[in-house]
Design a protein around this ligand. Structure first.
Ligand SMILES: [Zn+2]
Length: 245
């Protein structure tokens, strides 16, 4: 039986002279691996070869067990073309796609995360500078963690639950504690990093990101990269670009 869905392409690998293996994030079936036979031939049913960030309706035959689904159609729609015009929007998009692939399981539907990713990519391509793109990326990264049930604690100390206030004086974040840590608890967490007052308060209230300085945004993104490195046990491949800033 064929399944109809909508997909964003997270990854492509050449399979043979003419075919590709795709990792697709679909709205209702979640992440799937699919073979697109003949995608590199002329006049194929995928508007292929398919590229990363391709978006549109798909028809596929689901995999019998753990294997690959067979893609029958991919009607690519040109919705994210602007992303490739600027290096910082392309890199932020590739980062989001890498994390989506790493933190979702095959055939585990996440329709809300699909919408979050779609809206992020759409908003991202309208941004004019690195700072705005990075601030959207931070919101996406935290939404991804929420969707998979791993949102960091950002309103109070993750250990003793004391609410965050300016009276803390010093602010810390620990990946092992999965959140903010107060000065009284910080010595229990060897992996802690200290945060500026501004960065801690942006985490507490994400609406502050719009007024945050570039230095604060960069500090927050570096924190996110450290946290994802902890969760993935390796640095995300696309993080390099954001660590340079
Ligand atoms: Zn505490």
């Amino acid at each position: 039986m064929l399944t109809k869905d909508t997909a964003i392409c997270l990854r492509t690998v050449d399979y043979s002279e003419t075919s590709q293996v795709l990792t697709l994030f679909t709205k209702t079936s979640g992440k799937i691996g699919a073979i697109a036979k003949g995608a590199k031939r002329k006049n194929n049913s995928f508007d292929g070869p398919v590229e990363i960030l391709a978006y549109g309706p798909v028809i596929f035959k689901p995999a019998p067990n753990e294997g690959l689904a067979t893609l029958a159609e991919f009607q690519q729609m040109p919705v994210f073309l602007l992303l490739t015009r600027k290096l910082f929007t392309l890199n932020a998009a590739l980062f989001a796609v890498e994390l989506t692939e790493a933190f979702t399981e095959t055939n585990d539907p996440h329709p809300n995360l699909f919408d979050v990713l779609f809206n992020f990519l759409n908003d991202l391509q309208q941004t004019q500078d690195f700072k705005d793109a990075t601030s959207l990326l931070i919101v996406f990264q935290l939404s991804l963690l929420s969707e998979i049930g791993a949102r960091p604690v950002m309103k109070n100390c993750a250990n003793c639950k004391t609410p965050l206030t300016s009276e803390w004086g010093k602010f810390y974040f620990s990946s092992n504690a999965n959140g903010l840590i107060c000065p009284d608890c910080q010595s229990n967490y060897q992996d802690r990093t200290s945060l500026s007052h501004q960065t801690a308060h942006c985490l507490y209230d994400l609406s502050k990101l719009t007024e945050a300085t570039e230095a604060t945004i960069n500090e927050l993104e570096k924190l996110m990269i450290r946290h994802f490195t902890h969760l993935m046990h390796r640095p995300p491949k696309t993080a390099k670009f954001f660590l340079k800033h």
